[in-house]
Every structure is written in C-alpha cells, then in structure tokens.
Ligand binder design. Structure first.
Ligand SMILES: C=C(O[C@@H]1C=C(C(=O)O)C=C[C@H]1O)C(=O)O
Length: 129
C-alpha cells in the first residue's frame, strides 16, 4: 500500500493521455491519416493508368475485362499479401473491389467510343485530370 493519501482526482496509472485519449492513439492516428492520404493519391494515379488502358481497349476493340490478367494479378497479390502478413482473401476482395470500378469505367469508355465520342485517334494522356 502506498503511504501517500489517495487523491480521487488523480488519473489512473497508465500511458500519457490528452483530452481523455491516450497520446499514443493520437500519434498512431496521425500516421493512419498519412497512410490514407497516400492510398488516395495512389488510387488516383492507378485510375489514370486504367482509364488510358480503357481508351486503348475501346479503340482496339478489346473487351473491358481480361480474365487471364485478373488471375495473374490475384496470384501475385495473394503471394505478396502472405509475405507481408496481410490476409490474402482480404487482399483479393480489395483488388476485386477496385477492378470492378475499373471495369465500370471501361464499359463507359467503350460506350462513348461506340457512340462516336471517342474517335480512332486517342486523346493524349492527361495526367492532371
Ligand atoms: C486495366 C485493365 O483492365 C481490367 C482492369 C484491371 C486492373 O484494374 O488492374 C486488370 C484487368 C482487367 O480486368 C487491364 O486489362 O490491364
């Protein structure tokens, strides 16, 4: 038993707290926010690339989806996930979620091409769009 009198206003022993939240959680959240920002930027860049693929496919008469490419990606990403300690099933679902949006874009681009709004000549890749 401590020989000092008990102070009911004193915080319980534990990690530092700011406004009722452990300081370490606030620090972790700052890094989580940085990672989320990076993910958004990475996704934006990826969608620029896939949009261009969609334009090239539409002009070349290729279908939006490519099942053999899908299989290669899933195999590769599941292997990477395993070595990174990430759930491979989650990784596959996450990839599928993104690619289903890409396919939707490709279908729209193909429809625009079919309607004559995307001519044989491709617009240059607009990296700022
Ligand atoms: C982008 C492509 O089209 C589709 C989308 C993919 C993707 O987002 O990575 C991969 C394969 C295709 O289902 C492609 O064929 O490369």
């Amino acid at each position: 038993m401590p020989d000092t009198p008990h102070d009911p206003a004193a915080r319980p022993a534990g990690p530092p707290v700011t406004d009722g939240m452990p300081q370490e959680i606030l620090e972790l959240r700052a890094s989580i926010d940085n990672i989320d920002a990076a993910l958004v930027h990475l996704l934006a860049e990826r969608f620029k690339m896939t949009r261009r693929v969609g334009e090239l496919k539409a002009v070349g008469g290729l279908p939006p989806g490519d099942p053999s490419r899908d299989r290669q990606q899933v195999d590769r990403l599941k292997g990477l996930a395993e070595s990174a300690g990430l759930d491979p099933e989650f990784t596959e679902q996450f990839r599928n979620f993104i690619v289903s949006e890409v396919i939707r874009h490709h279908e729209r681009i193909a429809a625009e091409h079919a309607a004559g709004r995307l001519k044989g000549e491709l617009p240059p890749l607009d990296t700022y769009a």
